[in-house]
Write a protein that binds this ligand. Structure first.
Ligand SMILES: *[C@@H]1O[C@H](CO)[C@@H](O)[C@H](O)[C@H]1NC(C)=O
Ligand SMILES: *[C@@H]1O[C@H](CO)[C@@H](O)[C@H](O)[C@H]1NC(C)=O
Length: 336
């Protein structure tokens, strides 16, 4: 029920967005979806969700074990939805809307009742190596109504705005030195236009946001001590916008680990949840100890619970054991 009403809102928004996009092409706006909160606590509305990244391997590399624990934690927290930070299907995304990997790596894996909620997904670099439009296709939403993957979009949930950003097209290497990989850049070229519109839409969404919490989700790292480390292009182009607009959390995957970097130069918490399946790469770079609150080189996932005044972030391993907790607080509005 909840899912189908959200989809209705989505289709309606997509229609409006495409209309306004056609008539005023110079003002690129990100698609906006509304999520209706249904739970309350002492501080008003309450929202909880799980974050998993870098997962689709037909259950292998502990993907199924992570899924099982997500189901248990999801039930305990009575989650509203799940966020996927991308690299949804390995190694090379989906071959098309009829690729059995969709069922074998998604529908048949995340089977717990608590995970039968909306999934909001972004694309990772591995997803761009397949038929990228398949993952964005409404046909997949018919096969499994939980699925919703878009390039860049906003989910507004009262006290929180989530801004999902398509980070793969920012990375120069995929264009200049793609190695033996083929990337599906349909919808992205010409790249300069795509990035310019994306950045404008992204910045304007953050600038206009009145929400108490601002959470940005992308696939690539901005700050990370892991295998891939810092993504220079995002550090240069996205990070200043995050700082200027008081973003609370930047949530990503890409590095196959669980990680929390608490920035000392801004209020931003950098959270990596890329432990959905294959992990244990064993290469960790040095990072300022006063910022690095967690680095776990194995599988797992993250939960976030938030209300008007508090956000609680928890990381779990493959057994569901808590690896790390972090609490953020906000002042109550003085005029309330
Ligand atoms: C699965 O998880 C266990 C516990 O963390 C770990 O020892 C094992 O190496 C993992 N298996 C794979 C294939 O990563
Ligand atoms: C590309 O593929 C060829 C043939 O399979 C292989 O010999 C070569 O090492 C590959 N190059 C890279 C950069 O992976």
């Amino acid at each position: 029920m909840a899912i189908s009403s959200q989809i209705t809102i989505f289709l309606c928004c997509a229609f409006i967005a495409s209309l306004s996009f056609c008539s005023v092409a110079s003002v690129p706006e990100l698609q906006r979806l509304k999520y209706q909160l249904s739970k309350v606590d002492d501080h008003g509305s309450l929202l909880s969700f799980l974050v998993v990244g870098d997962w689709g391997r037909r259950g292998l590399y502990n993907q199924s074990k992570v899924a099982l624990q997500m189901g248990l934690v999801g039930e305990k927290l009575d989650i509203d939805f799940v966020i996927s930070t991308g690299d949804n299907f390995y190694e090379d995304g989906l071959t098309g809307v009829d690729d059995p990997a969709f069922k074998e790596s998604f529908s048949n894996i995340y089977t717990a009742p608590s995970l039968q909620k909306q999934w909001f997904s972004v694309l990772g670099n591995h997803d761009y190596r397949g038929d990228v439009q398949a993952q964005l296709s409404p046909i997949l939403r018919k096969l499994d109504k939980r699925w919703l993957c878009l390039r860049s979009f906003i989910v507004t949930a009262e006290m929180v705005d989530f801004i999902f950003v398509d980070t793969t097209p920012f990375v120069n290497e995929y264009f200049t030195n793609p190695k033996n990989h083929t990337y599906d850049w349909r919808g992205v070229l010409p790249r300069e236009n795509y990035l310019q519109n994306l950045l404008k839409g992204f910045e304007s969404a953050l600038r206009q946001s009145q929400a108490k919490w601002k959470i940005v989700v992308g696939h690539h790292t901005i700050k990370s001590a892991g295998h891939h480390g810092i993504t220079k292009e995002l550090e240069e182009q996205l990070l200043p916008i995050l700082k200027d607009n008081h973003v609370d959390l930047y949530v990503n995957g890409h590095d196959h680990c669980l990680e929390h970097i608490s920035d000392t130069e801004s209020q931003i918490q950098f959270l990596t949840s890329g432990g959905g399946s294959k992990a244990w790469r064993g290469d960790i770079k040095w990072w300022k100890p006063e910022e690095l609150k967690l680095y776990y080189d194995g599988q797992g996932f993250m939960s976030v619970q938030l209300n008007e005044v508090e956000a609680n972030i928890v990381f779990y391993d493959v057994f569901g054991h808590v690896l790390h907790k972090w609490k953020l607080s906000k002042e109550l509005d003085s005029d309330v």
